[in-house]
Design a protein around this ligand. Structure first.
Ligand code: NAD
Length: 305
C-alpha cells in the first residue's frame, strides 16, 4: 500500500491529517478485498485477546469492526488470563493451519507467565501481519518487500509520503528504540527509495535537543507526555508524534485527556507540518493492519496456486 497512486495531499494549517489518510487506505483496501472476492478469497484476520485489559479490549474491538467494514473476516478469540503457554501456542498452531485465516495477531501485553517472544515466533511469518516475527524484522532490514513491517511505523512512512515530504537525504531523528516503533521506523527510513539519514535517540542519549534541533524530520515515540517542545525543533521541520499518553484533566468528564509526546502548540509554531494527537498516527495503525491482512491473503494464495 503506497500513497503514490493518489498524488500529494496539502497540509491545512500545517496539520498532517491521519484520519483522512486512514479513510483513504481503508477504501483502497476495500477495493483490493473486492478483487480478491472475485478470485474466491475473503481475507481473514484472527486476533487473540488474553485477559481483560480494557485498553486491549478497545483496540481489538476496533480491529474486528474495521475488518468487517472492509468486507474481510474478522474474529476475536478471547481467552482468560489463566491460559497456559501450551494452550495459547495450540491456538496459534490451529490458526497457522487454517486456510481461511490470512492474518494472525496476538494482542500484547500478555500475562507475565507467558513468554511473549515464544508466542510471536510461533506465528507463521506469512500470516504475521503485525510484523513482529524475527523473519519479518529481518526482511524489513534487508529490504525484502514480501515481508510485513509493523503497522505504526508503516503508517508514519505512508503519512510522510502522502504529504510529499522530501525524505531523500533528509536528516531524520527518531526518539525511541522499541521493537514496535523506533527500530522498525529507523529500518524503514534508511531503505533505498526512502533514503533518509537516520539518528535513533533513546533514554541514554546525551543532550537530546542537540539531535532534535538538526532534524528535518522528527519522529517521536518515547511515551513521555509533551516532552518535545518547540525550542527543540528546527524551524521548518516535519514533526510526527507517535506518543499516546493519558494525563489528568479536571475539565473532562473522564478526568483525563490524550496527549502526544510533543507539546503541540509550541511545536506547531516552528514546524512546517505536524501530526496531531488524537487524529494523527493513531488512526493509521489499524488502516495499515488492514492493508497487511489484504496483502497476506493475496500472497498466500499466490504461494498455494
Ligand atoms: P516503549 O516504552 O517501548 O519505548 C519508548 C522508547 O523511548 C524507549 O526506547 C526509550 O529509550 C525512549 N525514551 C523514553 N524516555 C526518553 C527520553 N526522556 N529521552 C529519549 N528517549 C526516551 O514505547 P513504544 O511502544 O515504542 O511507544 C512509544 C509511544 O508511542 C507510547 O506513547 C505509545 O503509547 C505510543 N504508541 C502509539 C501507537 C499508535 O498507534 N499511535 C502505537 C504504538 C505505540
Amino acid at each position: 500500500m503506497t500513497p503514490a497512486a493518489h498524488g500529494p495531499v496539502v497540509a491545512e494549517n500545517k496539520i498532517i491529517d491521519g484520519a483522512l489518510l486512514a479513510e483513504r487506505i481503508k477504501s483502497d483496501v476495500a477495493e483490493q478485498v473486492r478483487a480478491l472476492e472475485e478470485r474466491g478469497i475473503t481475507p481473514g484476520l484472527s486476533v487473540v485477546l488474553v485477559g481483560d485489559d480494557p485498553a486491549s479490549a478497545v483496540y481489538v474491538g476496533s480491529k474486528e469492526r474495521t475488518c468487517i467494514e472492509l468486507g474481510m473476516h474478522g474474529e476475536t478469540i478471547r481467552q482468560p488470563a489463566t491460559i497456559s503457554q501450551a494452550e495459547l501456542l495450540a491456538i496459534v498452531d490451529r490458526l497457522n493451519d487454517d486456510p481461511s485465516v490470512h492474518g494472525i495477531l496476538v494482542q500484547m501485553p500478555l500475562p507475565k507467565h507467558i513468554d511473549s517472544d515464544a508466542v510471536v515466533r510461533r506465528i507463521r511469518p506469512d500470516k504475521d501481519v503485525d510484523g513482529f516475527h524475527p523473519v519479518n524484522v529481518g526482511k524489513l532490514l534487508i529490504g525484502e518487500k514480501d515481508g510485513f513491517a509493523p503497522c505504526t511505523p508503516s503508517g508514519v512512512l505512508y503519512m510522510l509520503q502522502a504529504y510529499g515530504v522530501q525524505t531523500a537525504g533528509a536528516d531524520c531523528v527518531i526518539i525511541g528504540r522499541s521493537n514496535i516503533v523506533g527500530k522498525p521506523m529507523a529500518s524503514l527510513m534508511v531503505q533505498p527509495g526512502v533514503d533518509a539519514t537516520v539518528t535513533v535517540c533513546h533514554s541514554r542519549t546525551r543532550d537530546l535537543a542537540r539531535h532534535t534541533r538538526r532534524a528535518d524530520i522528527l519522529i517521536v515515540a518515547a511515551g513521555r507526555a509533551e516532552m518535545v517542545t518547540g525550542d527543540m525543533i528546527q524551524p521548518g521541520a516535519v514533526v510526527v508524534d507517535v506518543g499516546m499518553n493519558r494525563i489528568p484533566d479536571a475539565t473532562k468528564r473522564s478526568g483525563t485527556r490524550l496527549v502526544g509526546d510533543v507539546a503541540f502548540a509550541s511545536a506547531r509554531e516552528v514546524a512546517s507540518m505536524i501530526t496531531p494527537v488524537p487524529g494523527g498516527v493513531g488512526k493509521m495503525t489499524i488502516a495499515m493492519l488492514m492493508a497487511n491482512t489484504a496483502r497476506a491473503a493475496a500472497q498466500l494464495r499466490e504461494v498455494r496456486s
